[in-house]
Write a protein that binds this ligand. Structure first.
Ligand code: NIG
Ligand code: FE
Length: 417
């Protein structure tokens, strides 16, 4: 598609001038979602080139190669930015889901060899092409639900070969899929069984074998670790982050999912772009994030699926922090890639207003994976990646009508999907 003009938009949301379009939105500011009622939007060669109110409809002199779309009654807003996922995996884990229904906890399942190690065993056995094709299909479904950019982690390999295989799959997805993709190395996701009593041995493998190869092939943008009781300690995590920094990988870290053990402060000091999960937050964890550039990324679908506490988003926003929302899509704790459902949970469970939730799922998500100069807001010069909803009464109807798919059309880089 060359030029597209969308007219009669009931409300064009998240419209920001370039000076504020690359800033994270923090604290009270999150309540403010700038919008234009009864609007039009013009895109050309995949870029947002103009917008305005219908009363100032542009005088069109050249109708050639111009497609006009009528969005009467519909909302338009930037495509979601899902800054935390584990989209490359070999198989789903319904057996563990049933075990949890019968009363086992996520940690108990992991302790008996299920969980991340279960996924790793299957991924190690699957060949590159099958992993790639499965992930490509998932990305198509993800895109249809309105996501325009996605971060994907490794961490189901846990051997040098399998971690590299995962990251090469992500690299090929980056090259071939229309979504904007960032890759995160999560070798420190769980200790493989053979390193259960030899943590230093696995850390050495990450530092001496995995990271140099990743650096050499340019396979990752970020580094992550599961900083958690019974997984990676603060010290173990920091060793990995420090070594990864030598290859230019910035931290985005799983922390405070089940316990608060000083991880947030350590990650902030290590220059984390984001800290993610945050279900269990002490006052000092929130304090450690004040006046920093680290985004607080929360994952309410994980809380929903595992029946664990929801992150205290209200407290974090009221403390002035920038909160982002992501799915955490993965086969163990969150088998859902639906960002609209995340919006609903954020409002219903985390008590975020619809405006706060949309800010968190667009511009703050973009900050959490450093794509804010291209995505996350309706801004001149940014990529034309946005959604058109079905006709709806108002914006609050989106999270209110949870479970209903209200995303009608999705534009990614100016292409309609
Ligand atoms: O973000 N918590 C750590 N990692 C994933 C779940 C991994 C799994 O269970 O496969 C998460 O929830
Ligand atoms: Fe995760």
């Amino acid at each position: 598609m060359g030029k597209v003009l969308i007219k009669n938009i009931k409300s064009l949301l998240q419209v920001r001038e370039s000076k504020e379009a690359t800033e994270a939105i923090a604290g009270n500011e999150m309540k403010n979602l700038p919008s234009i009622e009864n609007a039009w939007l013009a895109i050309e060669e995949g870029i947002i080139v103009a917008y305005g109110e219908m009363k100032d409809w542009p005088g069109i002199t050249d109708w050639r190669n111009l497609e006009v779309l009528d969005a009467d009654g519909c909302f338009v807003f930037p495509a979601f930015v899902d800054s935390h996922t584990h989209t490359v995996f070999a198989d789903t884990r319904e057996e563990e889901f049933v075990d949890r229904i019968k009363g086992l906890s996520y940690q108990e399942i992991a302790a008996k060899g299920g969980g991340i190690l279960n996924s790793a065993k299957k991924l190690q056995q699957m060949d590159f092409d099958q992993l790639y094709e499965q992930a490509f299909d998932r990305l198509n479904k993800i895109m249809k639900l309105g996501t325009g950019a996605i971060e994907i982690k490794s961490g189901y390999g846990l051997t040098v070969d399998a971690e590299l295989k995962m990251l090469r799959v992500i690299k090929k997805l980056k090259e071939n899929h229309p979504l904007t993709i960032k890759a995160t190395f999560l070798g420190a996701h769980a200790y493989p069984a053979e390193f259960k009593e030899n943590h230093q041995g696995y850390i050495d493998l990450i530092i001496n074998k995995m990271l140099p190869a990743i650096g050499e092939e340019g396979l990752a943008d970020y580094v992550d670790a599961f900083l958690e009781t019974n997984y990676f300690s603060v010290n173990e995590t920091i060793k990995v982050l420090e070594s990864a920094a030598k290859y230019g990988l910035k931290p985005k870290v799983h922390v405070n999912q089940f316990t608060s053990i000083g991880g947030i402060e350590a990650c902030v000091n290590a220059g984390a772009i984001s800290v993610d999960h945050l279900e269990i937050m002490k006052e000092k964890d929130i304090d450690a994030l004040r006046n920093t550039n680290t985004i607080a990324t929360i994952l309410p679908s994980c809380s929903f699926f595992l029946s664990i506490p929801y992150a205290p988003a209200r407290k974090m926003i009221d403390a002035g922090l920038p909160v982002a929302l992501a799915t955490d899509f993965n086969p163990g704790s969150t088998p859902s890639y639906n960002m609209s459902f995340v919006l609903a949970l954020a409002s219903i469970k985390n008590k975020m207003t619809p405006e706060e939730a949309i800010n968190a799922a667009t511009l703050n998500g973009a900050k959490a994976m450093e794509v804010e100069s291209d995505l996350g807001s309706i801004t001149l010069g940014k990529k034309a990646s946005f959604v058109i909803t079905k006709p709806i009464k108002n914006m609050a109807y989106l999270p209110y009508s949870f479970g209903e798919n209200l995303i009608d059309k999705v534009f990614i880089n100016g292409e309609l999907f």
